[in-house]
Design a protein around this ligand. Structure first.
Ligand code: ME8
Length: 488
């Protein structure tokens, strides 16, 4: 059985998750569900990044000890993921003793490779991004990722000899072109690596809410080195069965602002520790509000649970996947969401189901016929799109088929038909809807389930997505989606 190990970024637990954090989590969920539909052995990791100065500062502001603070927020993450139908297999927390032990062991391996040495760091630090910068990297004196103020740091630190891995990384990118995904981002990384790599600071002495550095009691592990290890600590590295089964990861899905950590620092750390690198880092784009990246620290974010309460979880999941190809940036607006809900979920999918089931439940004979619509559905194309993480292309293809089925209803006018002729049309419609219910289920799990219930069939797998005998007992249930009235 093919295996599929997919991970999301682990989020800083400074506040509850917003639309931006929900996005990669939902995308990863859709991919994990798709692979389960294919019958693959899936392991889907989510988690929380709980150490470091940023979390320590947020805890202080909340008047709590860091551990008490993170414990209170992790529960909120679990609740939000459950509300958004996130089917994760494991939830990693970096403050857990098992994870901390893995971090210390990875560092020990890196030290044995001769890649860690003590020195002095002098440069800039961006707290919201937990990242170090040189004078040259700053843009107008500000953080090049988020454009905010940076502070001067001057402290003793241990360095990781990243510079040593320049050639090996470049060869690795060359040998494994899929590693740097999507393609449009690979040049950027390769050029920066070609420009030369500086050793990276991997410890702090001033931030104590962190994993103790195993080689020197005065030092604590830099939060990014700690966080990256989550992808293997969650599998029980070095000896855990899950590690043997699922590593290397198939996809680390990450936002483009943390691509460097995942595409450069992480594989170099793994080379140093003698561990195989992951197969792919896919850098996705940003949801923006008026052109600015939505973020917790800017406060310009959309409350994802409020949105789901208002329009349904599936409508939110659908909009996030349909509105923007994975890898692009896009402005999010409630107005666009309502338009998609009304014009696609209600007027295309909902309408098809409603029309077909209304007639089908009154039809007393056995529904049978010969396939007429099967040639219009290219399952392989959809599957290939999903395997390439083109969730946008796959969803477009599924909805193109929904339009084909709706046109079939318009052309055949089943409300005027009887007997064999009606059976033939109903057969094609119900088989189409059955297949659609499977195909949309990774995107809209609740809708997929409700659809198969209304058809009176078991929820199928990808291998069931072909025309066969229709064996269901259709019974129209509540509308899948309700139109949202707007003032315009
Ligand atoms: O960076 N649009 O955590 P974080 C799309 N702890 N995605 C967005 C987004 C937006 N406006 N805002 C956030 C960290 N994201 C580290 C990660 S991994 C070992 C450690 C998503 O809480 C995006 O995936 O700042 C981004 O990479 C992630 O949230 C950052 O979350």
């Amino acid at each position: 059985m093919p295996k599929f190990y997919i991970t999301t970024p682990i989020y800083y637990v400074t506040d509850k998750p917003h639309l931006g954090n929900a996005y990669p989590t939902i995308v990863a969920d859709v991919l994990a569900r798709w692979h389960r539909l294919r019958g693959d052995d899936v392991y889907f990791l989510v988690g929380t990044d709980e150490h470091g100065e940023k979390v320590e500062t947020a805890a202080k502001a909340a008047g709590k000890a860091p551990k008490e603070f993170v414990d209170s927020i992790v529960g909120v993450y679990r609740d939000v993921w459950s509300k958004l139908s996130i089917s994760y297999d494991v939830f990693v927390r970096t403050s857990s003793p098992a994870h901390e032990a893995v971090v210390a062991q990875v560092i020990d391996k890196m030290a044995r490779s001769g890649d860690i040495y003590v020195g002095n760091y002098e440069g800039w630090y961006c707290l919201p991004d937990e990242s170090f910068w040189t004078d040259l990297q700053l843009i107008n004196g500000k953080c090049p990722i988020c454009g905010r103020e940076v502070k001067k740091l001057k402290e003793e630190t241990y360095f990781f000899r990243l510079s040593r891995y320049q050639d090996r990384l470049l060869k690795f990118y060359d040998d494994r072109p899929a590693f740097l995904s999507p393609k449009l981002r690979s040049k950027e990384i390769i050029n920066r690596v070609k420009d030369g790599l500086r050793d990276v600071s991997i410890t702090r002495t001033t931030v104590k809410w962190a994993v103790p550095f195993p080689m020197d009691k005065k030092h604590y592990v830099y939060v990014w080195v700690d966080a990256l290890c989550n992808y293997i600590s969650a599998l029980g590295w070095p000896d855990g069965d899950k590690f043997g089964e699922f590593w290397p990861a198939d996809v680390h899905l990450v936002g483009k602002e943390i691509n460097w950590f995942h595409s450069v620092i992480w594989p170099a750390m793994l080379f140093s520790a003698g561990i195989e690198p992951p197969k792919m880092v896919f850098a996705h784009g940003w949801w923006t509000a008026d052109g600015k990246k939505m973020s917790k620290s800017l406060g310009n974010f959309v409350d994802i649970t409020g949105l789901a309460d208002k329009y349904s979880v599936d409508a939110v999941r659908y909009t996030l996947l349909r509105e923007m190809p994975l890898g692009d940036d896009g402005d999010f607006s409630e107005k666009t969401m309502i338009t998609r809900l009304n014009n696609e979920l209600v007027a295309e999918l909902g309408n098809l189901v409603n029309r077909a089931l209304t007639i089908a439940e009154k039809f007393d004979d056995k529904i049978e016929g010969t396939p007429e619509l099967d040639a219009k559905l290219d399952i392989e194309k959809i599957d290939n799109a999903m395997l390439e993480l083109d969730t946008f292309g796959a969803l477009n293809e599924i909805f193109a088929y929904i339009r084909v089925a709706n046109k079939y209803v318009n052309d055949k006018e089943p409300w005027k038909l009887h007997g064999k002729e009606l059976s033939q049309v109903l057969y094609n419609l119900l088989e189409s809807i059955r297949i659609i219910s499977v195909l949309i289920s990774p995107f809209m799990p609740d809708t997929g389930k409700r659809l198969s219930e209304q058809l009176g069939v078991e929820q199928g797998k990808l291998s069931d997505c072909k025309f066969g005998a229709f064996n269901g007992k259709p019974k129209r249930g509540a509308y899948l989606f309700r139109k949202v009235q707007t003032t315009e």
